[in-house]
Structures are given as C-alpha cells and as structure tokens.
Design a protein around this ligand. Structure first.
Ligand code: SF4
Ligand code: SF4
Length: 73
C-alpha cells in the first residue's frame, strides 16, 4: 500500500504535531517561511515509505494535510 500527503503550506502554522504523529518520520519543518511567517511542515518521502495511514492529517489542528492512498483492490 502506498500513500502520499499534500501539505497546504499557507494553512500550516508549523506546530509540528504531524511530525510527531508520523510513524515513518516523513515530515520535517521547512527552512522556508510561508506568507504568515511560519515555517511550514514539509513531506519528504524519497523512498515511498508513506502508508497513507492518515495519522498526520488527523493530528493537524489546521486541517492542512490531505492524504492520498493507493489501495490495491
Ligand atoms: S499518512 Fe501516515 S505515513 Fe504518510 S506521512 Fe502521514 S503519518 Fe506519515
Ligand atoms: S500539524 Fe498541521 S499545522 Fe501543525 S505543522 Fe503539521 S501541517 Fe502544520
């Protein structure tokens, strides 16, 4: 099962809750800042390790994370 997430950088406030939530450790805080002055979370998954578990998205108080999952049916 493979997944991926898309983080809306403008909604993100850089609280890092998603970073602690990800069992695969696929989210980091970006060096760039968004238009509100926050360092947003960034998805880094060079090995395709995201399972699409949605833990990150369910943790996000800003609802800034969208999860896409390719289930094999
Ligand atoms: S969906 Fe799961 S594995 Fe993928 S980034 Fe979010 S917490 Fe990590
Ligand atoms: S939990 Fe949401 S607001 Fe907090 S850093 Fe992650 S994406 Fe940004």
């Amino acid at each position: 099962m493979a997944g991926k997430i898309v983080i809306n950088k403008e909604l993100c406030k850089g609280c890092a809750l998603c970073i602690g939530a990800c069992p695969q450790k696929l989210i980091v805080i970006a060096e760039e800042i968004n238009s509100k002055g926050y360092h947003p979370a960034e998805f880094v998954d060079s090995k395709g390790a995201c399972t699409g578990c949605t833990l990150c998205a369910s943790m996000c108080p800003e609802v800034a994370i969208e999860v896409f999952r390719a289930d094999k049916t």
